[in-house]
Structure formats: structure tokens, C-alpha cells
Design a protein around this ligand. Structure first.
Ligand code: S3P
Length: 439
């Protein structure tokens, strides 16, 4: 059984080289595309977190064959078709898992019951159900667009869809449905969002036509193209590396290198922002792996200053605002994070929870409907808070990092949820010298 609480205490500097766990977004996609493709897909570096394991179970329920060997090498053998599952597809805590799987499943004449944990049951699904409905899928749920719901697919018609919110999950759901739709599916995103689905569809042999459109892109995909199994090497997750990097930047005397971090520009907004704050953050050994840019990131402790984060950067760092808010608490002056309304519909209302948690640790925070402004004094904040995470992994990890460098320890509840994205968080932090205790 997992601990009821975790407490992080200030200790000495963090030092060492570690490898970030596999990227969550790419791991979900590797499993789903592997199942949609014909033949064997080999996956190395898959993130073995609760969210991703739920997706692995789901694709097996659609009758793809999924194996994992002793060296954590995974294979998915797909038939190019999703069969009618017997069981309910339970995506646990994962918005990415359920939304992408709904898109993929909609392409087949099957009726699928989807559900998730209480956090996922409270999150909006209309954003994917609307375009899938326009393509011809039907759905039925007890409470509006919330899980649990049953989705019935098959005989889809391609659509042209302009994303009303900048969401890679919605874009991906439409594109995955488009793989098995009649005609050319088009997605127009007014702001560019993470493009792993497009890159991976290409790696699986599909042809996409991608053209710039304003600040965003127009993506076209002809339905009926066969996907062929391939080899995916999953790079390190920048959203997890972020906790290691910020911990080093705010803990006096620290120097930490995180190897093999995905540096796709549509995911690297936090690193850009930290540099603008004056962070000593260096990329070495920049290279390409499986069609994605990666590098080794070294972070050293030093003074940070508050900045205004450009709102148009939000899609490239949407999951990183909780940990940015922690870095901002150690900076001199205000850090304004605007245009981040999407944070309120993540695993929790992350603006509200970060504001409450930081205030409990003596940090000055102003909260607005779509913004958060954190003002630091340039010295370590008091800490000492006991933080309610509402089962949100990133809220938990952000506050534990705060506790490593604040003047007093910080405690978080429901730490078991950290395993949804970063099961090795505690052990990697301890390797680097952090003090984290179970309660
Ligand atoms: C993800 C997209 C983002 C992000 C999530 C992963 C993805 O969500 O917050 O953690 O893998 O496509 P939205 O697309 O809803 O912004």
C-alpha cells in the first residue's frame, strides 16, 4: 500500500546525472498507433506509469497483442483493426489515454464503454465528442459529456475541424479517427500544440500534409492509409525532467544533469522561460531519436528573476506551470502566467490548487480566472505547508520540490498518484540527495 503522505525537507545540494522517465505523451501514442497498425511495433523506453499501463491494457482489450520482456522492451502486434472489447475500458486518471483511444476506436463499428477515476469522470469530454460526432460516431452518457460513456463508431466521414481550444488531445483524437474515415480529415489549430501524433503517424507510414496557418498549423490526413508497425524509442519526458531541473535551480549548491530529454520546441516552453528568468541551464549532446529532438540538460543553482510569460507559449508548457510557479516563488519579483485557463480542466483545477498550496507555504500569489501571478522575494520561502493535492500528481511533485528548498518541510497528501506519470520520482530525487519521507 502506498504512503498516506510524503514530506520533503530542506537538505544539502542535489548532485548527479539521471535519466528522465519515458515521455508520457509519446508512450500513449506508441501503444495506440501500434495497435492501429498492422504488424509488430517495438517500443523501447516506454513510460511504465499507471496512466500508460491503463492504455496498454486498453489496446489489449481491443485485441492487439501486447508483450513486455524482462528488459522492459515492449511489443504491440496490431491487426489494423480494433475489435469489440468485452470489458469496460478504464483509463484511470488519464485524459490523454481516454481521449486518444476514443478517437482511435471511433473508426471501427464497435460500441465501447469508457470510464476512469473520479478526477477523469469530472473532466470535459465534449471537446472530443463534438468532432467525433460530426464524423458520424454516436455516444451516450449518464451525465452530459462526462465519463462513464459509451461510444459507437464506424463508417466515419472526414471533416474539417478548427480546434476551439489549443489541445493536442483533441487534435490527436480527430486525426486518429481520420485514419479510418472516408475522405481527407483536416484539423486547423490556431495555436500549434505538441505534434507527436503527426510525427508518429508519419513514422508508421502515413502521409500527412502540414502547412503553417497563422500561429498554428493546418494538418490534412487522407483516410484509409495503411499503418505499418515500426520501432519507437521513447525519449525522456520534459514534463517530468522539469521537476528535477527546477529542484536543482532552487536548491543552493546543486548541479544536476538529466539525460535524453525530449526537446521538441512544442514541449520546451518551460526551459525557454527558465532561461529568461536567468537560470543556469545548458543543453549538451543535442541529437535526434525516433524523429524527435533530444538532449542532455544540466541545471545549476543560481539566482532567478520574475518574468512575464508570453501567453502564446502556454501550449508548449501547459503541464509545467505548477513547477514554474515553484521556481517563481524563489525568484526576485513577480512572474505573471497568463492565458492559462486550460490549467483549470486538467487532473485538478491547477490554478486554484497551486495558489492555495503556495500561500500555505508563505508565497504571495494572485489568482485570476485565466492567470496566476507569483511574487518571490529572491530568498527561499517559508514552506511548512500541508498541501491537499486532490489526487493531482503534478500538484504533489511541485510542492515536494518546494519543500526541498524552502525553509521548512512541505507535506502532500495522496502521493500514490505520482505513479500516474513519474513512478520513479521519489527514488530519482533521493539518488540526487533529496530528503523525502513517507508518512
Ligand atoms: C497531452 C496534451 C495536453 C497535456 C496532457 C498531454 C497529450 O493536454 O496537458 O498532459 O499527450 O496530447 P491538452 O491537449 O488537453 O492540452
Amino acid at each position: 500500500m502506498s504512503a498516506a503522505t510524503l514530506t520533503a525537507r530542506p537538505r544539502g545540494p542535489l548532485k548527479g546525472r539521471v535519466r528522465a522517465p519515458g515521455d508520457k505523451s509519446i508512450s500513449h501514442r506508441a501503444l495506440i498507433l501500434g495497435a492501429l497498425a498492422e504488424g509488430v511495433t517495438h517500443i523501447d523506453g516506454l513510460l511504465q506509469s499507471d496512466d500508460v499501463l491503463a492504455t496498454a491494457e486498453a489496446v489489449a482489450a481491443f485485441d492487439a497483442k501486447v508483450t513486455r520482456d524482462d528488459n522492459d522492451h515492449w511489443t504491440v502486434t496490431g491487426k489494423g483493426v480494433f475489435d469489440q472489447p468485452i470489458e469496460i475500458i478504464d483509463c484511470g486518471n488519464s485524459g490523454t489515454g481516454v481521449r486518444l483511444l476514443m478517437g482511435a476506436a471511433a473508426g471501427f463499428p464497435i460500441s465501447v464503454q469508457f470510464t476512469g477515476d473520479s478526477s477523469l469522470q469530472s473532466r470535459p469530454m465534449k471537446r472530443v465528442l463534438t468532432p467525433l460526432g460530426q464524423m458520424g460516431a454516436r455516444w451516450e452518457g449518464k451525465i452530459e459529456d462526462r465519463l462513464p460513456l459509451t461510444l459507437t463508431g464506424g463508417s466515419l466521414k472526414a471533416i474539417s475541424y478548427r480546434l476551439p481550444v489549443p489541445s493536442a488531445q483533441v487534435k490527436s483524437a480527430v486525426l486518429l479517427a481520420g485514419v479510418n474515415a472516408d475522405g481527407v480529415t483536416e484539423v486547423i489549430e490556431p495555436e500549434a500544440t505538441r505534434d507527436h501524433t503527426e510525427r508518429m503517424l508519419t513514422a508508421f507510414g502515413a502521409k500527412l500534409d502540414i502547412t503553417p496557418e497563422g500561429q498554428g498549423r493546418r494538418i490534412r490526413l487522407a483516410g484509409g492509409q495503411p499503418l505499418k508497425g515500426t520501432h519507437v524509442r521513447v525519449p525522456g519526458d520534459p514534463s517530468s525532467a522539469a521537476f528535477l531541473i527546477v529542484a536543482a535551480l532552487i536548491t543552493p549548491g546543486s548541479e544536476v544533469t538529466v539525460e535524453g530529454v525530449l526537446l521538441n520546441p512544442l514541449r520546451a516552453g518551460l526551459f525557454e522561460t527558465l532561461k529568461e528568468m536567468g537560470a543556469d541551464l545548458v543543453v549538451e549532446n543535442a541529437r535526434e531519436e525516433s524523429g524527435e529532438p533530444v538532449g542532455d540538460l544540466t541545471a545549476r543553482f543560481g539566482p532567478l528573476k520574475g518574468v512575464e510569460v508570453p501567453p502564446e507559449r502556454a501550449p508548449s508548457m501547459i503541464d509545467e506551470y505548477p513547477i514554474l510557479a515553484v521556481a517563481a516563488a524563489f525568484a526576485s519579483g513577480g512572474t505573471a502566467m497568463r492565458g492559462i485557463g486550460e490549467m483549470r480542466v486538467k487532473e485538478s483545477d491547477r490554478i486554484a490548487l497551486m495558489a492555495t498550496g503556495l500561500k500555505a507555504c508563505g508565497v504571495e500569489v494572485a489568482e485570476e480566472p485565466e492567470a496566476m501571478i507569483v511574487t518571490g522575494t529572491g530568498v527561499a520561502p517559508q514552506g511548512g505547508g500541508v498541501v491537499t493535492t486532490h489526487g493531482d500528481h503534478r500538484i504533489a511533485m511541485a510542492h515536494l520540490v518546494l519543500g526541498m528548498a524552502a525553509r521548512e518541510a512541505v507535506t502532500v497528501d495522496e502521493p500514490g498518484m505520482i505513479a500516474t506519470s513519474f513512478p520513479t520520482f521519489q527514488s530519482l530525487m533521493k539518488t540526487l540527495g533529496a530528503q523525502i519521507e513517507e508518512g
